[in-house]
Design a protein around this ligand. Structure first.
Ligand SMILES: Cc1cc2nc3c(=O)[nH]c(=O)nc-3n(C[C@H](O)[C@H](O)[C@H](O)COP(=O)(O)O)c2cc1C
Length: 215
């Protein structure tokens, strides 16, 4: 079965072929399609069914540029002091890690050109500190994953990002959000420049035990 054509993909094909796609075309994505992605995200569960997820899609070039600037600050702070970032991990070779880093840098340079920046937010109902916002994130991440899967099923590339959201006050100011809201994930969405492919994960036998954790 093709991993490229959405109408041939079942839910497992989509899950197993939903790699972070950072290199994206600047071609506009129709608003109708973007709305469908958020509608899919909105089907995800939330704690106590509070349905407190809120979604902003930045398509305006000025707003995208400001978000791209914040992302650049976050990426530069993450990468530069830590030269070990591109070293291999037990489950990921140095070469693969370097390719990931290259794609993070590509995304940093082109973020402002990516046609849609989807910001996954939560409404807390009261002023929220950065630390509390992070702790409450469990009610938005299922929606983020739904959105990533929906994007993949529509043949769109997407990737979850957080590095550009470290300064919540700056993000609130760019997006005109009240201090009761926090932005937890920014997902650039567009038509892929790279190839879709299967994700590479640790074998299930390594991360699963039945009943108790006996190493
Ligand atoms: C909580 C979280 C935060 C992430 N933050 C970033 C980010 O700021 N920038 C980025 O390029 N990717 C970010 N990612 C994407 C991961 O790097 C990516 O999901 C991981 O490398 C697996 O990639 P793959 O699905 O292509 O194998 C984040 C993912 C998660 C789940």
């Amino acid at each position: 079965m093709s991993s490229e054509t959405s109408n041939e993909m079942n839910v497992f094909d989509v899950m197993y072929n939903c790699r972070a796609m950072r290199r994206l075309d600047s071609k506009e994505v129709p608003q109708e399609t973007l709305t469908k992605l958020v509608d899919a995200a909105n089907q995800a569960p939330s704690g106590s069914n509070m349905q407190n997820g809120r979604w902003i899609i930045a398509t305006d070039p000025a707003v995208r540029q400001k978000l791209a600037d914040l992302n650049r600050q976050g990426v530069e702070a993450y990468i530069q002091p830590d030269t070990s970032v591109a070293e291999g991990l037990p489950h990921q070779s140095a070469g693969k890690r370097q390719r990931m880093l290259d794609s993070v840098l590509w995304q940093m340079e082109h973020m402002h050109e990516i046609p849609a920046l989807v910001i996954a937010c939560l409404e807390y109902g009261q002023k929220v500190s950065d630390a509390d916002a992070q702790r409450g994130g469990g009610s938005i991440w299922p929606g983020v994953q739904n959105l990533l899967l929906a994007a993949r099923a529509h043949g769109l590339g997407a990737a979850p990002t957080t590095l550009g959201l470290q300064n919540q006050d700056a993000v609130r100011s760019v997006l005109n959000m009240p201090d009761t809201m926090a932005a937890l994930c920014l997902i650039p969405v567009g038509y892929p420049l790279g190839k879709f492919g299967t994700v590479t994960r640790k074998p299930v036998g390594e991360i699963l035990r039945f009943n108790t954790w006996d190493a």
